[in-house]
Design a protein around this ligand. Structure first.
Ligand SMILES: [Zn+2]
Ligand SMILES: [Zn+2]
Length: 337
């Protein structure tokens, strides 16, 4: 009896310690994000198309974020980068639009058991369930006019477009691994009202790395939610959904990212929009990271401007030199201490 009591207390303590470390944990430094699907960039081995996918290697995890617009193009781009999709920790599908999901059939053909985080949808293509209590009953009807003859299963299952895939539905912002959070938000804009979207936030010692798919709930709302995890935002990468935004709207958002949220580095892609690329490049200068198809964005203190995949332009060489001398100074500073 006494032993049982002590083991319960011990289990409680372990639980507390674990909860404490989970909440405070920042993932390991370093890592990289490789853009596998987008409609701009200069890698001749890859095919440009509208859509988004990135392999995020951070905190000892390999995370496939979105899968592009076309399974055959996605396969070609993955192979061009020599990426092994059988070695993934998990997949995140940001939202149910086909330019982010259509490559999933290729992922499943090589890695059918992989865990896939997706927004929890009532009757979505990822499959779902609801208690049968959700619908109104009418006992006065004859049996053959009643759903399930008046005896519905307690839980009603709704099918998935990929019935054998291992979907893990996410309904609210969740820390799925130490330092790795899926931010769940819902769009309230005309055209995508009630669309759910997940964004990936990885807390690193250098600040938060935020990867967004299409930002339908609004890039500002997503960054605001991310800053609640860690107000120091090291990098925002992905689609900001401003392809048709006016110059005024773009200017407001760029100012918010730079001045209000103090985003350190920006790597916009996909549906961010050409005028927004220009405005962000102007505002962020050397902290604007070219994130075209095939680029690998180094994560960590030197995220800014460092990339592989695209041939460096003259502009980039200047940035590299600046970063290299910055790194040298840091090393020398440490030696002198
Ligand atoms: Zn979308
Ligand atoms: Zn999109």
């Amino acid at each position: 009896m006494k032993l049982r009591k002590w083991s319960l207390i011990a289990a409680g303590l372990v639980g507390l310690v674990f909860a404490g470390t989970t909440a405070a944990t920042a993932a390991e430094p370093g890592g990289q994000t490789t853009i596998l699907y987008d409609a701009f960039g200069s890698d001749p081995e890859m095919t440009k198309d509208w859509g988004f996918s990135a392999l995020v290697e951070v905190a000892g995890k390999r995370i496939l974020f979105d899968t592009g617009n076309n399974a055959a193009i996605f396969e070609k781009n993955v192979k061009a980068k020599g990426i092994d999709l059988t070695k993934l920790d998990f997949v995140v599908l940001s939202h149910r639009h086909s330019d982010h999901m259509a490559g999933l059939s290729y992922v499943l053909s090589v890695n059918p058991a992989v865990k896939i985080y997706a927004p929890k949808e009532g009757f979505g293509i990822y499959g779902s369930s609801l208690p049968s209590a959700f619908y109104r009953k009418d006992q006065s009807l004859p049996e053959d006019m009643r759903y399930f003859d008046g005896k519905p299963p307690e839980i009603m299952q709704f099918g998935a477009a990929w019935p054998d895939a291992h979907f893990e539905p996410i309904d609210q912002t969740t820390e799925i691994a130490p330092g790795i959070t899926l931010i769940a938000l819902i769009s309230d804009l005309p055209g995508t009202r009630e669309l759910k979207e997940l964004s990936l936030a990885v807390n690193t010692p250098d600040g938060l790395v935020l990867v967004v798919g299409c930002s339908h709930p609004g890039i500002e709302r997503i960054v605001e939610a991310a800053s609640a995890i860690n107000p120091k935002i090291n990098l925002v990468a992905g689609g900001f959904h401003l392809v048709v935004a006016t110059d005024d709207a773009i200017a407001k958002i760029v100012a918010a990212l730079k001045n209000k949220f103090k985003v350190e580095n920006i790597a916009p892609g996909h549906c961010t929009g050409e005028p927004t690329f220009a405005a962000l490049k102007e505002a962020f200068g050397v902290r604007y990271v070219h994130a075209g198809l095939g680029s690998s964005i180094a994560l960590g203190p030197n995220a800014s401007g460092v990339r592989r995949g695209d041939g460096p332009t003259f502009d980039d060489l200047a940035i590299y030199r600046k970063l290299a001398s910055h790194a040298r100074h840091q090393i020398e500073g440490r030696k002198n201490r």
